[in-house]
Write a protein that binds this ligand. Structure first.
Ligand SMILES: [Zn+2]
Length: 100
């Protein structure tokens, strides 16, 4: 069980939301960014951008998957080897929508 002040609790919850926003923005940017890269730089630039995008998606995925729940202290999105990117902790069901 994690012990935080109320302010720390909500800051950690906001941190999880921020990491999720980063990951989703990386995912949703893929097609438009690759399209622009193809238009202005051709295949070479698109491949470079695609590799950079894969690196960002990997970083985002790790940051989200290994986020710790401020209530129970377990990984917010991981239970065993399975990962769920839902908006509730897979252990204690804490919602990301909880606000101070
Ligand atoms: Zn939890």
């Amino acid at each position: 069980m994690a012990e935080f002040t109320t302010q720390e609790f909500y800051e950690r919850l906001a941190g999880i939301r921020l990491r999720r926003k980063f990951l989703w923005s990386v995912f949703f940017s893929y097609i438009p960014v690759i399209w622009i890269a193809l238009k202005i730089g051709g295949d070479g630039l698109a491949i470079g951008v695609g590799i950079f995008w894969l690196i960002l998606a990997s970083i985002g995925g790790v940051m989200v998957s290994f986020s710790l729940c401020p209530r129970c202290g377990n990984r917010f999105h991981m239970k065993g080897l399975s990962t769920s990117w839902g908006s509730h902790c897979v252990h204690c069901k804490l919602s990301l929508k909880e606000r101070s």
